[in-house]
Design a protein around this ligand. Structure first.
Ligand SMILES: O=C(O)CCC(=O)C(=O)O
Ligand SMILES: [Fe+2]
Length: 269
């Protein structure tokens, strides 16, 4: 699927007809063309307000679906039923909650990139503009080669932990059914209140980005050479204050020689 050129449409179908079409390669009945692909991502009862919940929208199926005890019941956010045609690829994106992606039938390739590689992914909001991650256009996306790719193939019964902010790109290798479960690992009031999908930035991040826009607007009061000078200094200040590698390596990480991030709130420095 291509979010830049919107090569997909939203349609309503009887569930039985949807499953038939999603599981066949060529269709006798179709919307656009005989080899079109199908994708279902379940939603809540009120699609704009409520997150998806397998036990509410598909109670019979939910009886068969159990995941290990990874989080407390009050951290649960949503359980999303997903069905895809063979070959369907979903663009690289991040979500803001921790996630277990379970494969029920079929097989799915999942490619992951660390949040620390965000600047190499040419983001448009929560999505990467590099749609073809296997044969990327390196003239348009030269930095993409710097993003480290992690890859796995999910088979029936497999469950993949996708931590919040980790980028993921999925390709169904066969017609397949899956469920993913999002849960909150930050205090509940950190999240955007109106976010049925679990992909809106935490409220504090949104506020910080708004303040940054204001700061940039203020810099516009100065000539270009001054903007350049203060812009560079602002970048350095942000890096020093926020990047793991620069300031927030914990004692234990230093001791073990690891620079991998942990989820810790660092004191303002
Ligand atoms: O499995 C898919 O098709 C997409 C999964 C996904 O984006 C997620 O679990 O957050
Ligand atoms: Fe996702």
């Amino acid at each position: 699927m291509d979010f830049l050129h919107k090569n997909f449409v939203y349609k309503t179908l009887q569930f039985k007809e949807f499953v038939k079409r999603a599981s066949e390669d060529k269709h006798t009945d179709f919307f656009l063309c005989e080899d079109e692909s199908y994708y279902l991502r379940s939603l809540g009862e009120d699609v704009r307000k409520e997150p998806a919940d397998l036990s509410k929208q598909f109670p019979d199926l939910a009886e068969d679906f159990h995941i290990p005890h990874f989080f407390e019941a009050d951290q649960f956010f949503s359980s999303v039923f997903r069905i895809s045609s063979c070959g369907l690829q979903l663009w690289t994106h991040y979500d803001v909650m921790d996630n277990l992606l379970a494969q029920v039938t079929g097989m799915k390739r999942v490619v992951l990139y660390s949040p620390q590689d965000a600047l190499h992914l040419y983001l448009s909001g929560d999505k990467s503009e590099v749609l073809d991650i296997d044969v990327p256009d390196l003239k348009r996306f030269p930095e993409f080669v710097k993003a480290k790719r992690y890859e796995c193939v999910l088979e029936p019964g497999d469950v993949l932990f996708i931590p919040a902010l980790w980028f993921h790109n999925t390709t169904a290798l066969l017609f397949g059914v899956g469920v993913n479960v999002f849960w909150r690992h930050l205090p509940a009031d950190s999240y955007d209140k109106k976010d049925p999908y679990g992909n809106k930035d935490p409220a504090a991040a949104t506020r910080a980005l708004q303040v940054l826009e204001r700061a940039l607007h203020i810099l516009d009061e100065l000539p270009a050479d001054y903007r350049d000078f203060y812009g560079r200094r602002m970048i350095q200040r942000i890096q020093k204050r926020t990047f793991y590698a620069d300031t927030s390596v914990t004692k234990t990480q230093e001791d073990s020689g690891s620079t991998s991030p942990t989820r810790q709130f660092t004191k303002p420095g």
